[in-house]
Ligand binder design. Structure first.
Ligand SMILES: Cc1cc2nc3c(=O)[nH]c(=O)nc-3n(C[C@H](O)[C@H](O)[C@H](O)COP(=O)(O)O)c2cc1C
Length: 381
């Protein structure tokens, strides 16, 4: 890339303006809105303002809107009563409004189906919620959280994911994303620091601890049929440990993710805090690049795209500002085939017009991000 390419951002990013298709997901471009919890759904129902917030991002050119985490059809799915739920007439009507609004702008709509497992909500620890459950009574290493799930709890939870997946298909969503990342329920099964089960959901190898997630994927596949796209979001990092790795090498990554691909995952969403960081030593591919290598599936990359600081720094204090140089790396990796889609988080929370402003190089007009933005109710339309 020449130094002039960064001056013509529209030309640099043009390859991301190409369509992407995978089963029911037929996106006009490669940009996704990353899932971001907002906690503004009283009683679990997404409001009109919520629908408008998603519509606004689709109208500004984001091809695929992945929603905030939304609880599945079981009472212990979330740890705050302002998280939207993907079940029940009222809550589904709230979501339907958002689906229609995003579709009217030509966007794809993908709800992120979430179960927190044993994790209390760091943002709203006092919010009312049903008693939590987890694989072995732990939310993190030596951190108690949730009661240990019985066989019946597991079967009910698998069924709850399938039920919400079916709602999504019936409502006209274009795919579902299962939240398998960041230390929540799926991850509590994946991680040997939170899964001590002696039954078929536990065991010494990562492939043993993948059974629960694979059963959820298979049940969702059964519920939505072969042609409806299923995305699974995974991460190495957890909120209880930013540096931990579930997969220490490509072979371990294969043992973790291949059973999930076989169970029916169509696209992996590779959650990483900084997209440019290599996953394993001796090779410059990132987490997503390696997932694509070991599974052969399409991949979404994410993590500080267009930002100078990462998510966790923002949770503490200060302001993140636009950073453009890394877009050269992003495009080099995209052209090399490391990933198929890119997800934008905080830049879109702060500024729905991020893409347009970037392509037109109106950098001074971009809204910087700080943590107070996420706490304000849709004040950044
Ligand atoms: C306010 C906020 C809420 C988030 N909520 C979720 C969530 O519900 N589900 C999820 O998978 N990730 C969630 N994330 C992580 C983002 O999807 C994304 O991976 C992360 O912000 C990194 O992307 P970015 O650097 O472009 O912001 C959240 C991030 C933020 C800032």
């Amino acid at each position: 890339m020449t130094s002039s390419t960064i001056d013509d951002l529209a030309a640099l990013l043009a390859p991301l303006r190409t369509p992407f298709e995978c089963k029911s997901l037929k996106a006009g471009n490669r940009y996704c809105m990353a899932p971001m919890s907002r906690y503004f759904a009283p009683g679990g129902v997404l409001t009109e303002e919520g629908a408008e917030y998603y519509r606004r991002r689709a109208a500004a050119g984001i091809g695929t809107v992945i929603t905030e985490g939304t609880g599945v059809a079981i009472d212990h799915c979330v740890a705050a009563d302002t998280v939207p739920i993907f079940d029940g007439d009222k809550a589904l009507a709230g979501w339907e409004r958002a689906v229609e609004a995003v579709h009217a702008e030509g966007g794809m709509f993908v709800p992120q189906l979430w179960h927190v497992g044993g994790c209390i909500d760091f943002n709203f620890p006092d919010s009312p919620h049903a008693p939590l459950v987890s694989p072995s009574g732990f939310a993190g290493p030596d951190v108690a959280g949730g009661r240990e799930m019985s066989d019946e709890d597991i079967a009910d939870t698998v069924a709850a994911f399938a039920k919400s997946a079916r709602h999504a298909k019936d409502m006209g969503c274009d795919a579902i994303e299962l939240h398998g990342a960041h230390g929540y329920l799926f991850d509590q099964f994946f991680w040997d620091k939170t899964n001590f089960r002696k039954d078929r959901y536990g065991g010494p190898d990562i492939s043993d601890r993948t059974t629960f997630a694979a059963e959820v994927v298979a049940a969702c596949r059964e519920a939505v049929g072969d042609e409806f796209a299923i995305i699974l979001r995974v991460s190495q990092w957890k909120t209880y440990d930013y540096e931990v790795k579930l997969a220490n090498d490509p072979d371990e990554m294969y043992r973790w993710l291949d059973p999930l691909a076989s169970a029916g995952v169509d696209i992996f969403h590779a959650s990483q805090r900084r997209f440019w960081e290599p996953e394993f030593t001796g090779d410059d591919r990132n987490f997503g690049g390696w997932i694509k290598e070991v599974t052969g599936k399409p991949v979404i990359t994410v993590g500080s795209i267009g930002m100078n600081r990462d998510l966790m720094e923002d949770f503490v204090e200060g302001t993140s500002s636009p950073m453009l140089n890394r877009l050269l790396d992003l495009m080099k990796m995209f052209e090399r085939g490391d990933f198929d889609l890119v997800a934008l988080g905080r830049v879109l929370l702060a500024d729905p017009d991020w893409l347009e402003k970037i392509e037109e190089r109106r950098i001074d007009e971009l809204t910087p991000y700080d943590r107070t933005i996420a706490l304000k109710q849709y004040e950044h339309p």
